[in-house]
Design a protein around this ligand. Structure first.
Ligand code: FES
Ligand code: FE2
Length: 466
């Protein structure tokens, strides 16, 4: 259980002064404050499970990538026994960054400063001129390794935490796991990354991106308006509804958990009607999944889904699959169905991580995925679509990443930092009838509950002593 303690910031404000649980408001100051940033690195990023990448980025023994867990640099490496390890990328000799490459293959990570050497699991191997006693007499060798994080793999996704005795990854996912399984555990072959992640820097506080990644659907109607005007969701001239009305895409069910994870489960019925001309209520989940398989899945792969999932999950996948959402604190997934000009639908599977780089800087990382068993031509199309939509040059992310620096910048204003952000659009209707999954569920048009749950957990961690 968390012990609640109130940390007082330099001007006498407490963390709880920044959040009003009754009116669901958060002080704008929270988006830029450097003091809060330092606390977040300790209380959130050094405590929770952090998403670092995918095991298919390091398929061979000795492969490694360097990543960040909040403000800490780490080495993610595969050892001779195929185990994946995450170690602090800081030399215990004089604090040099041990591994200075982004990625590579080696069984010895040698510090370029004085040559101390470490195994992929972080163990100390030795130092040069050992016989001269250059690695010291005072500390035994087995205590000279890199600091090791606790690692968990889930569907090939690599997560790590410094909270060695804390909750398991499964406990941290909680109710969200039921839904995540339908995205990340779909086939025996599993997912694979389509190339190394794209990375770019944005002048914004990590929370601006991350509270949005807690399933904010509202902004799609305005910020991404082109999607309905000229983009993949644009209506044909003879179709029903107004040309640029994206709001039907914002209906479905939203799910949020006590640990700040969020999922936007968007209804597929309209697409199924368009593809089959039939009433979706008359089709079984298997039939629906065959006419409109999840992103990266082909009709031929559907029998595997039927074997792996229970009736509830199959119902969800064929009715309102999770398409956008986030894992707390800094991950976002997009498993979306993109209509094509020829009437077909292509899926895109992407993950983003927003890595804090200071109170007003973040690194945006973008991984694109497909199932290993996805046919190569479909993989190539998914990659192209995803880059065009969701990558560094992708329209959608260019738009999103234009809002975050503005929010961060204005949050520094003497007056603006005192006003509040409002999360008052409420689902008060609960889950729709027949909803198979757990968690807090709201039905209908996208609202603020998912992002509010994100802030609630932020507050819980920020005021927790443990
Ligand atoms: S700092 Fe790494 S060997 Fe000295
Ligand atoms: Fe967006």
């Amino acid at each position: 259980m968390h012990q609640h303690a109130e940390t007082t910031l330099r001007d006498g404000t407490t963390i709880s002064d920044l959040i009003n649980h009754e009116t669901r408001e958060v002080k704008v100051r929270a988006l830029s404050d450097p003091e809060l940033y330092e606390l977040e690195m300790e209380r959130i990023f050094a405590k929770t499970w952090i998403f670092l990448g995918h095991e298919t980025e390091i398929p061979n023994k000795g492969d490694f990538v360097t990543r960040d867990m909040g403000s800490d640099a780490v080495i993610v490496a595969r050892d001779r026994d195929n185990e994946i390890h995450v170690s602090l990328n800081v030399c215990p000799h004089r604090a040099m960054r041990v591994q200075t490459h982004d990625a590579g293959n080696t069984n010895v990570h040698m510090c370029i400063y004085h040559g101390w050497a470490f195994k992929p699991n972080g163990d100390f191997i030795g130092a040069p001129i050992e016989k001269e006693c250059m690695h010291g007499k005072m500390t035994p060798k087995d205590q000279l390794g890199l600091k090791k994080a606790r690692v968990a793999l889930y569907g090939g996704l690599i997560f790590a935490t410094w909270n060695i005795d804390g909750p398991s990854l499964e406990e941290f996912f909680g109710d969200a796991k039921y839904y995540f399984d339908t995205l990340f555990l779909r086939t025996k072959g599993g997912l694979e990354v389509l190339g190394p992640p794209q990375r770019f820097r944005i002048n914004a506080n990590w929370k601006t991106a991350c509270e949005q990644s807690a399933a904010d659907g509202f902004h799609t109607l305005t910020l991404h308006r082109w999607l309905g005007e000229v983009g993949p969701y644009a209506k044909k001239p003879d179709a029903e509804g107004k040309g640029a009305d994206l709001s039907p895409e914002m209906y479905g069910s939203e799910v949020w958990t006590d640990h700040g994870h969020a999922l936007r489960c968007i209804e597929l019925d309209r697409k199924i009607v368009r593809l089959t001309g039939k009433d979706p209520a008359e089709l079984t989940p298997a039939e629906k999944l065959t006419v409109l398989p999840p992103p990266g899945i082909t009709p031929a792969m559907v029998p595997e889904l039927l074997e792996r999932f229970d009736d509830g999950q199959l119902k969800l996948m064929s009715w309102r699959p999770p398409q956008v959402g986030g894992f707390f604190p800094n991950g976002l997934f997009e498993f979306i169905y993109l209509p094509q000009p020829d009437g077909t639908i292509i899926g895109a599977c992407a993950l983003h991580a927003y890595i804090p780089k200071g109170p007003d800087k973040l690194e945006f990382m973008n991984w694109i995925f497909a199932e290993k068993d996805t046919p190569p031509e479909l993989k190539a199309r998914m990659l192209r679509q995803s880059v065009q939509m969701l990558g560094t040059s992708g329209m959608v992310e260019m738009e999103d990443s234009d809002t975050w620096p503005h929010q961060t910048e204005v949050a520094k204003g003497a007056m603006s930092k005192t006003i509040t952000m409002k999360y008052q659009a409420l689902f008060e209707n609960g889950a729709p009838e027949g909803w198979p999954g757990p968690g807090h569920v709201g039905d209908g048009f996208t609202k603020d509950d998912t992002q509010w749950a994100w802030w609630k957990y932020w507050h819980e961690l920020m005021t927790s002593e443990k």
